[in-house]
Design a protein around this ligand. Structure first.
Ligand code: ASP
Length: 612
């Protein structure tokens, strides 16, 4: 076999007259009668090969048989392309290789779809635009997933794989420099539900017993702190058997971190510097550290969500105090029943017609459970701003003035309101705010706006289950000052949790943990986990806490989501080499699949075929 000397993205004019050997796939093929041209592709780029019948009749004859995606090796001499034949779009566009010897290494069936676009390597470019190339929308995704080996040959996909690799290298290098150890934790673990459903693996050696695939290494990393490891990280696969959602995979990757003898500022500091380093190295984007922080309360009040997109303002405002004086029955009755009236001001929103508002926008919020959307426009009359149209007529001039002041509204703005229970109003207004900003192009798509959300409540009350639920997970510590409230006022305990959010998407979250077994037991009690259940599920962990657990805390980032942001894709499957479909199937291998009777017998499992 010819041994390659260079890759397909490497040769330049300076290399002219060099004898080289390249190997790769036939990207495209042009037979000009006398000359044959092949664009040879590997993951680094494209190089033009030229075959001349005059000088190399045999090689030329062989080249004429080659077809797209055949694998070949070619030996020849680098030469400048003829006058006017250069391709400025390709880094190798000034040269070609005049081939003297050709070897067909393998043939290929005609691929189910084309490896579109130029084979130009873009991963090393510092330009954000170059990163944000999108896939050809015309190729059906199921086809791509079923022939993933072809799909992954596309430069766009190789760019994503490469970016992901580079991110993990930055992470490993960063933590290594700071003295963190990467330690693997088990994949076959104990079922300790953290909110989601476990994937279970039957044990052959222990009949009726199951391992669970880890939802995260939470308890193992905490036990590593009890073991004196001090600083741990791991790039780790996690599994959650949740119902299908477009932006989720049941199998995903976390950058998992835990540290001893730290407070939340320490964890935040180390990890925001990591984020800054990743964005600098991958996109050449400067992230200003320290990243700003806002409290959960402020996030919910101003943006209606704990994942606020801060690329634009458009804060939500509660107008309940003004609305309760109005003559608008819808508003007053909601307030009387313990609800609120909350809204936002759309700059220059007058361009939304009445039907845009009453159909499109109202339908939009209805999808999020809102029963209606009240509106009014802001206009100048006799040099004074007032409300016009929609619900304006229910408000006195004085009240209109107060609303305009509250929103700092200007002539031409549109005010939109939802009246409901606070949580329900937020649930509708938060996505509405983002939709409007997107429609009105209120922000630069390529800008990244980071924020830490802090001061979360430890618990939220679950009306369904009539008990408290952890807002993060049961191992999150209350702040020191609120420890007493575990006995007296659980609803108002502030936790030591923090989430990092960028452009409205949560990329990581963590907390300072409980290291006192008594506090941990108290939290289980409040979560209605009986002593027996706690022993059964977390006994091993509670026992470890009894043997000198240091104060500790950590965080986990979603690697897939991070790479999605860095590569500008909204499709999580594009950043995973072998992803599953929304319904959890792998179209390449056809997993999950039935197994042989013999395997089931060994596991002593009987499938109830009547329930199929
Ligand atoms: N284990 C948590 C999670 O997976 C993160 C953490 O608290 O470190 O969300």
């Amino acid at each position: 076999m010819l041994k390659r000397t260079h890759n397909c993205g490497q040769l330049r004019l300076d290399d002219a007259a060099k004898k080289v050997t390249l190997a790769g796939w036939v990207h495209s093929y042009r037979d000009h009668g006398n000359l044959v041209f092949i664009d040879l592709r590997d993951r680094e780029g494209l190089t033009q090969l030229v075959f001349d019948p005059e000088t190399q009749p045999q090689t030329h004859g062989l080249a004429r048989t080659a077809r797209c995606e055949w694998v070949i090796a070619a030996k020849g001499v680098v030469q400048p392309r003829g006058e006017g034949m250069e391709n400025p779009k390709l880094p190798t566009g000034q040269i070609e290789v005049a081939v003297q010897q050709l070897e067909i290494l393998n043939i290929s069936k005609t691929p189910p779809f084309k490896i579109a676009d130029s084979g130009q390597r873009i991963a090393d470019s510092k330009s954000l635009n170059a990163k944000r190339c999108t896939l050809n929308a015309d190729v059906n995704e199921e086809l791509r997933l079923a022939s993933r080996y072809i799909d992954l040959r596309r430069p766009q996909m190789q760019n994503k794989l490469h970016t992901r690799h580079r991110v993990t290298m930055v992470v490993r290098d960063y933590f290594d420099q700071l003295g963190f150890w990467e330690i693997e934790t088990p994949m076959l673990a104990k079922s300790t539900p953290e909110g989601a459903r476990d994937f279970l693996v039957p044990s052959r050696l222990h009949t009726s017993c199951f391992y669970a695939l880890p939802q995260s290494p939470q308890l193992f990393k905490q036990i590593l702190m009890v073991s004196g490891v001090d600083k741990y990280f791991q790039i780790v696969r996690c599994f959650r058997d949740e119902d299908p959602r477009a932006d989720r995979q049941a199998e995903f990757t976390q950058i998992d971190v835990e540290m001893s003898f730290v407070d939340s500022n320490d964890v935040i500091g180390v990890n925001e510097n990591l984020v800054a380093r990743i964005f600098k190295r991958i996109l050449d984007v400067d992230v200003a550290v320290p990243i700003r922080r806002i409290s959960y309360k402020e996030a919910m009040a101003d943006y209606g969500t704990d994942r606020p997109d801060l690329r634009f303002d458009m804060k939500l405002k509660d107008i309940s105090d003004i609305a309760k004086q109005s003559s608008f029955k819808v508003f007053t009755s909601v307030i009387e029943n313990g609800g609120i009236v909350k809204g936002l001001c759309v700059p220059d929103g007058e361009k939304y017609s009445r039907s845009d508002i009453e159909k499109t926008l109202t339908n939009f919020v209805a999808d999020y459970g809102a029963k209606g959307l009240a509106w009014s426009k802001v206009k100048t009359e006799n040099d004074k701003l007032l409300l016009l149209g929609g619900c304006a007529k229910f408000f006195s001039p004085e009240a209109q003035h107060q609303i305009i002041e509250l929103f700092e509204a200007k002539d031409g703005d549109l005010l939109l309101f939802v009246a409901d229970k606070e949580a329900a109003a937020n649930k509708a207004l938060a996505p509405l705010r983002c939709k409007l900003a997107r429609d009105l192009k209120l922000y630069d798509q390529q800008h990244f706006e980071f924020v830490w959300v802090v001061d979360f409540p430890l618990f939220e009350w679950s009306e369904d289950q009539k008990r408290y639920d952890s807002l993060h997970h049961p191992f999150t510590s209350p702040i020191e000052d609120d420890m007493d409230k575990l006995e007296t006022d659980p609803a108002n305990i502030c936790s030591q949790a923090y989430d990092i959010v960028v452009n409205g998407s949560e990329i990581g979250g963590g907390s300072i943990r409980i290291h006192d077994p008594k506090v941990q037991q108290k939290v289980f009690d409040l979560l209605n986990i009986s002593r027996d259940q706690a022993q059964q599920r977390f006994g091993f962990f509670l026992k470890a806490l009894d043997y000198g657990a240091p104060p500790h805390g950590g965080i986990a980032f979603g690697l897939d989501r991070l790479v999605m942001l860095l590569t500008g894709t909204e499709n999580i499957r594009d950043v995973i080499a072998f992803p599953k479909t929304q319904s959890g199937s792998c179209l390449l291998t056809n997993a999950p699949s039935e197994v042989a009777e013999r395997q089931l017998k060994e596991l002593k499992i009987k499938i109830d075929t009547t329930k199929k």
